[in-house]
Design a protein around this ligand. Structure first.
Ligand SMILES: [Zn+2]
Length: 196
């Protein structure tokens, strides 16, 4: 057998042993590029300041991977299309399940908002996974405060005649709501692809 610790295996990262061993990896120790972050047309500029991936076994004996970090991004405002600066902290705990069926059957009502369940049937590309978490942390409808106010005003003035009004519910999602491709959909593809 080749001697390769889990820390060396970023392309075929073994999240299960990583969490069992309580390992962690930080941006101070490993440099990753994030090509999708760089090429996303809605992200005008971005800088990942720091990240940490750590593993543990929780009180219910489940394997958990935590993604934590901070980045700044200039995102395209949904109202005026020019850049709006965001400093974004992310901190997500992902409980690993060996199959999609197990992950789907998990009672997510028992989880807090920072915790999710993912199917992780085999090795996974850690860099891609981290990048997914960073993309997921981006606000879905970035906008300048002034633009949000302006848009809120014009919607109120135009009343119920405007299309899409029944789709916006609160201040986090009051842009015209469209079918947004959730980055998470890609994560499950990624997990499937990584299955040997
Ligand atoms: Zn704007």
């Amino acid at each position: 057998m080749r001697q390769k610790g889990p820390l060396k295996q970023f392309d075929e990262f073994d999240a299960w042993s990583f969490s069992r061993l309580g390992e962690s990896i930080r941006s101070e120790d490993v440099k990753f590029d994030f090509p999708r972050l760089a090429s996303d047309e809605n992200i005008l500029a971005s800088h990942v300041e720091s990240w940490e991936v750590s593993g543990r076994i929780n009180a219910k004996s489940e394997s958990v991977i935590r993604f934590k970090g901070r980045f700044t991004a200039e995102l395209s405002c949904v109202v005026c299309d020019s850049g709006v600066q965001h400093a974004i902290d992310f901190d997500r705990h992902l409980i690993l399940m060996t199959s999609e069926a197990q992950a789907d059957g998990y009672d997510e009502d028992t989880l807090d908002e920072d915790t999710d369940v993912v199917a992780c049937p085999g090795a996974i590309n850690l860099r891609d996974w981290l990048e997914d978490e960073i993309l997921l942390a981006c606000p879905m409808f970035p906008k300048h405060d002034a633009c949000a106010e302006e848009a809120g005003r014009s919607w109120r003035e135009e009343g119920a005649d405007i299309e899409d009004t029944d789709d916006h519910q609160d201040d986090t999602a009051d842009g015209p709501t469209q079918e947004v491709q959730r980055p998470f959909a890609n994560l499950s593809d990624l997990l499937k692809k990584s299955k040997k």
